[in-house]
Each structure stands twice: as structure tokens, then as C-alpha cells.
Ligand binder design. Structure first.
Ligand code: ADP
Length: 390
């Protein structure tokens, strides 16, 4: 079965056409700078070269139109379409077929993720109109977290307020964490019960998973909560928001931009949001960059402990995403902070680069440590296959 996976971001639209059984990727690409000057499409076919086409992309619908044109020329039949949706909110708590009604749900919960959901709904609607015979599936990134126990998702705010505004922990990266559980479980042949999944990319979150059930996660109402990220501050005293407005004179939008786009590793390092640049500068003696890396590792280790409490234990810790998969330095720093609990990684295994799932634990480690390259597209394609099968 061939599935087209569409992942519409705030100003981008990534796509991948793959075979679910063989995991063969026929084509993939990215429409970038949607709604901004200088938009283009980067497209790649299996065994071919990457092409970059400059094209005007005023909105997500036009981007989707181009993608379907390109893929129609490919002559690979599309059996289903999987749409990643950033926020399923209180209405979409599992993957569901695309219908006029479910598209309405994506729009209804959009105030929780206005930069993403509206564009995503437009793309889903366009695909339904253009290919009415091909089943679409909505895969919300929040769905996995909807099974978190109430003690973990409820906020201690007045009940009438949280009920009216639907405030709760929704989390994000759910599809990735679900995949990391699946791949870890497969790799360990079922010998796994309590996993702390660490998705460490430019956005970063942890997830506590017990026997496949999501018990807690570090992102909250929005993806700003939890770990320190590339440009996001993560958890801070919530009163800081009021203080910035009252004493600093910043507007609501300015605080929002500051916390989401001008904070995190970018602010701490004073250099870049990319950990490759920060690691390089730290090696060259830059003290701000050294502190930024130390703080990232400290906060991550601290929240790993929070996830351990959700699980009342841990047998496996899995590193994933850009930093988790590629930075041996950051993995070692985090492991060092968790050494007191008997977690240890093998320096030689940690240094190996590979696209496969691997065990990097030291022989005497009390906790298994894995590196698991995430594959959200494959997870989405599997959901499409499952729902189509029904
Ligand atoms: P997202 O999907 O959230 O944009 P990714 O999971 O692709 O993020 O992660 C991107 C980040 O991964 C980069 O910003 C960079 O900080 C980090 N990264 C990628 N490769 C390396 C590496 N070799 N060493 C350190 N950090 C890396």
C-alpha cells in the first residue's frame, strides 16, 4: 500500500510518498517559505537528484496543489493520504478518517495552534476535493497524550476557567513518541515496560510510556512547556509572563514571540539555536555556550526524573530526533547527570553513527539506553493502513 504523508507546518509543507509494507520512499520533499517571499519546493525521488523549484506559494492550498501535480506525474498510485495535524485538541483524540465533519474539528480546535491548524485544514480539504476516492486520515500529534491520567494532564486553575477555555496538557510530538515506543519494543523483542522517550530536536519533549500507554509528557497546553529548546524557553515561573507585561511594558504578542522565538538555546548561547554551532563554540572555549549545553542537559535530566515518577520506575531511556540521534556529546552530558541512578553509557557505542536503532548502555548500567531514529511519516502511514483496513 502506498501512502502519501503530508505534514503542513506554519510556513512549510513536507510530504513523503512511501510504501507501508516495504518502507520504500518513492518521493519526498518540502514546500518552504509559504506565504513569504522566496518560496520554493525541494523535491527528491528515489535514486534521483534533489530538485529545487522556485515557485510562488501564497498559501498552503497552493502548495498542496503543486505537490499533488508533482506526484501525479510520478505514476505511483496513491492508496491513502495521512495528514499530520499539530493539535487535535479536545475533539480528535485518535487518528480519524477525513470527512467534512473531522475537517471542521481541526478548525474548531485551531485557537490552540492558530499558526498550524488553519493551514492544515485547508490542505486536508483540498486533498479531499481533488482526490475524493482516496481515503484521508487525520493523525493528530496530540492524540497519544490523550490517554495520560488526569492527575498529570489537569492544571490547578479554577475549574470553570479550564472547562470554558479547554485548558489542559495536550502535549506534542505524540506520533514520534509512539513510534519510539514501537521501535524500542521491537528492538528489545518485548522486553521493555517503562520507557522514557526523549525527542530532542529544535523542539524537544519527553514522554513517559508504560507498556505502550502514555503516562505523562513535558509539553503542556502548547509546545512551549518543558525542556529548553532551540528558541523556546521551556518551563519558567508562569508569573514571569505577567511581570514582563507589567514591569517590562511588553505586549502579549511580544512576550509570545520572545518566549517562542528569541529564547532557549539561542538566547543562552547568544550565538545560534543550532546545537552544532553551540557545541563547536563551547569546544572553542565560549562560556555562554558551555553554560547553554550544561543547562540543556540539566533540565533534560531533571525532567527525565519527572517522567520516572509518572512511571514509578524506568527500564529504558531512548534518545531521538536531531540532537538525540546525532549528538554524542549531549547524550553523554545527560547520562553523566543521571549517573547517580545507575545509568551509564558506553563511550565507544555512543560514538557510533548509524541510522539503525542501537543500544549504547554500558555493560553495568541499571537502565538500558537506546538511540532510536524517529520516523513520524512511517507511523502516520501505518495509521492510514490500519484505518483503511477497517
Ligand atoms: P525539528 O524537526 O524540530 O526541526 P530536528 O529533530 O530535525 O528538529 O532537530 C534539529 C536540531 O538537531 C538542529 O537544530 C540541531 O540543533 C540538532 N542537530 C542535528 N545534527 C546534530 C549534530 N550532529 N550534533 C548536534 N546537534 C545536531
Amino acid at each position: 500500500m502506498n501512502v502519501l504523508v503530508i505534514n503542513a507546518g506554519s510556513s512549510s509543507l513536507k510530504y513523503q510518498l512511501l510504501n507501508v509494507e516495504t518502507r520504500e520512499v518513492y518521493a519526498k520533499g518540502n514546500c518552504e517559505r509559504i506565504g513569504i517571499d522566496g518560496s520554493f519546493i525541494g523535491h527528491e525521488e528515489m535514486g534521483g537528484e534533489k530538485h529545487r523549484t522556485v515557485v510562488e506559494l501564497p498559501n498552503h492550498k497552493v502548495a498542496a496543489e503543486h505537490v499533488l501535480d508533482i506526484l501525479t506525474d510520478l505514476d505511483v498510485p496513491i492508496d491513502g493520504i495521512g495528514h499530520r495535524v499539530v493539535q487535535g485538541g479536545w475533539l480528535i483524540t485518535e487518528s480519524v478518517p477525513v470527512t467534512e465533519e473531522s475537517i471542521g474539528w481541526v478548525r474548531e480546535v485551531a485557537p490552540l495552534a492558530p499558526l498550524h491548524n488553519y493551514g492544515e485544514a485547508d490542505v486536508i480539504e483540498y486533498c479531499l476535493q481533488r482526490m475524493p476516492d482516496v481515503m484521508g486520515v487525520i493523525v493528530p500529534d496530540t492524540a497519544f497524550h490523550s490517554m495520560i491520567p488526569e492527575r498529570a494532564w489537569r492544571y490547578a486553575l479554577p475549574r470553570d476557567v479550564v472547562d470554558k477555555l479547554k485548558i489542559r496538557k495536550y502535549g506534542a510530538h505524540g506520533t514520534s513518541h509512539r513510534y519510539i515506543w514501537r521501535a524500542s519494543n521491537e528492538f528489545l523483542k518485548g522486553d521493555i515496560h517503562k520507557l522514557v522517550s526523549c525527542h530532542l530536536g529544535s523542539g524537544a519533549s519527553l514522554c513517559a510510556i508504560q507498556d505502550g500507554r502514555d503516562m505523562d509528557t513535558t509539553m503542556g497546553l502548547t509546545p512551549l512547556d518543558g525542556l529548553i529548546m532551540g528558541t523556546r524557553c521551556g518551563s519558567i515561573d508562569p508569573a514571569t509572563v505577567c511581570y514582563l507585561q507589567r514591569e517590562g511594558g511588553y505586549t502579549v504578542d511580544e512576550v509570545d514571540t520572545m518566549m517562542n522565538k528569541q529564547s532557549g538555546m539561542l538566547a543562552l548561547s547568544g550565538l545560534s539555536s543550532d546545537s552544532r554551532d553551540i557545541e563547536q563554540a563551547a569546544d572553542d572555549g565560549d562560556e555562554n555556550c558551555q553554560l547553554a549545553l550544561d543547562m540543556f542537559a540539566y533540565r533534560t535530566a531533571q525532567l527525565v526524573m519527572e517522567m520516572c515518577q509518572a512511571l514509578e520506575g524506568i527500564d529504558t531511556l531512548a534518545f531521538s530526533a536531531g540532537i538525540g540521534e546525532n549528538s554524542a556529546t549531549m547524550r553523554a552530558k545527560i547520562a553523566e547527570k543521571l549517573a547517580w541512578m545507575g545509568l551509564a553509557i558506553d563511550p565507544e557505542k555512543n560514538a557510533v553513527r548509524s541510522d539503525d536503532v542501537r543500544d549504547i548502555s554500558a555493560p553495568d548500567s541499571k537502565i538500558r539506553v537506546l538511540v532510536v531514529p524517529t520516523d513520524e511519516e512511517y507511523m502516520i502511514a501505518l495509521d492510514v493502513k490500519q484505518i483503511l483496513g477497517k
